[in-house]
Design a binder for this molecule. Structure first.
Ligand SMILES: Nc1ncnc2c1ncn2[C@@H]1O[C@H](COP(=O)(O)OP(=O)(O)OP(=O)(O)O)[C@@H](O)[C@H]1O
Ligand SMILES: [Mg+2]
Length: 243
C-alpha cells in the first residue's frame, strides 16, 4: 500500500503518543513506525517505557494524546481484542503460558478467534518452524525449559496469523546459548514475512538482526535509525552496549 506521496504506507505508526499512569507522564511524544514485514527493535534501559509502548500499541493502556494507526486504520480507540482481530499479536514478558495445559492446548489458545477445524494448517506451519513443539505437543507447558517455553509463546502468537508480532524482552531469563537460538527463531519468523517490533535490553543481539531500531530514555525516543548505523553509534555503544 502507498499513500498520496507514493511512499510505502507503514503497517504501524505511533504519532505524538503521550501515555500516563495516573499523574505520571511516561511516554512523551513518541513517534515510531514499523513497515510491512520489517523487523524493528525498541531499546532502552529499565523503566524507560518499553513495555508501556507495547501496551499502548495493544490498547492495554490508552494514550492521553496521540494516535495509533495500524494497516491504515486509526485504532487508538479500539479495544485490545479488536486490535488482535486486525492482526496484532504479542509474546509478553515472561511468556505467560498456561502451565497446566499441554503445548498443543497452548498453541490452540493462540487461535481462539477461529473455529477449531481451521487450525491444522496453522499448527503445521508452527510445527515446521519449531519441530520440537510437535515432538512435545502433549507435554505440560509448565514443565518445559525456558527456551522451549519461548518457542511455545512465539508459536502461540503465530497461530493467529498476525501481521505484526510484538515481543517484550524475548532474551530475558535465557542462558546465552538460548538467547542466540531465540533470535534465530525471530529471524525465521521475520523471513516468513511477519513484521516484528521487538523490545530488548540486549542491544547487540537485537540490532544484529533488526532492520531499524529506536532507543527510549525516560519515555522519549532519543535515537533512531538503521540497525547497522545504531550498532556503530558511539553514545549508544557507551550507554547500552557496554563498551
Ligand atoms: N501500571 C502502572 N502503574 C504505575 N506506574 C507504572 C505502571 N506500569 C509501569 N509503570 C511505570 O512506568 C515506567 C515505565 O515502565 P515500563 O514497564 O514501560 O518500563 P520498561 O522499559 O519496560 O522497563 P523494564 O526494562 O524494567 O521492563 C516505570 O517507571 C514504571 O514504574
Ligand atoms: Mg518492560
Amino acid at each position: 500500500m502507498t499513500n498520496a506521496n507514493g511512499k510505502p504506507q507503514p503497517l504501524l505508526r505511533l504519532e505524538g503518543i503521550n501515555t500516563y499512569y495516573g499523574q505520571m507522564h511516561i511516554l512523551q511524544d513518541v513517534n515510531l513506525e514499523v513497515a510491512e514485514g520489517e523487523l524493528v527493535c525498541l531499546l532502552g534501559g529499565n523503566a524507560s517505557g518499553k513495555s508501556t509502548t507495547l501496551k499502548t500499541i495493544l490498547g492495554v493502556v490508552p494514550p492521553r494524546s496521540g494516535s495509533v494507526v495500524f494497516s491504515g486504520e486509526n485504532v487508538t480507540r479500539f479495544t485490545t481484542a479488536r486490535r488482535i482481530e486486525r492482526g496484532m499479536a504479542i509474546v509478553p514478558e515472561n511468556r505467560r503460558l498456561f502451565g497446566p495445559m499441554t503445548v498443543l492446548e497452548n498453541l490452540e489458545m493462540g487461535a481462539y478467534l477461529r473455529p477449531r477445524a481451521d487450525l491444522s494448517g496453522d499448527l503445521d506451519r508452527v510445527y515446521a518452524l519449531f519441530p520440537l513443539l510437535a515432538e512435545r505437543r502433549k507435554q505440560l507447558a509448565g514443565t518445559l525449559s525456558g527456551g522451549e517455553q519461548q518457542m511455545v509463546a512465539m508459536g502461540r502468537a503465530l497461530m493467529a496469523r498476525p501481521k505484526l508480532l510484538l515481543m517484550d524482552e524475548p532474551s530475558m531469563g535465557l542462558a546465552p546459548i538460548l538467547v542466540e537460538r531465540s533470535f534465530e527463531i525471530i529471524q525465521q519468523v521475520h523471513g516468513a514475512g511477519v513484521a516484528l517490533l521487538v523490545v530488548e535490553q540486549n542491544a547487540n543481539v537485537s540490532l544484529s538482526i533488526a532492520d531499524r531500531g529506536y532507543v527510549l530514555s525516560t519515555g522519549r525516543i532519543v535515537l533512531e535509525g538503521k540497525a547497522s548505523e545504531l550498532l556503530q553509534h558511539e553514545e549508544l555503544r557507551k550507554a547500552y552496549l557496554g563498551r
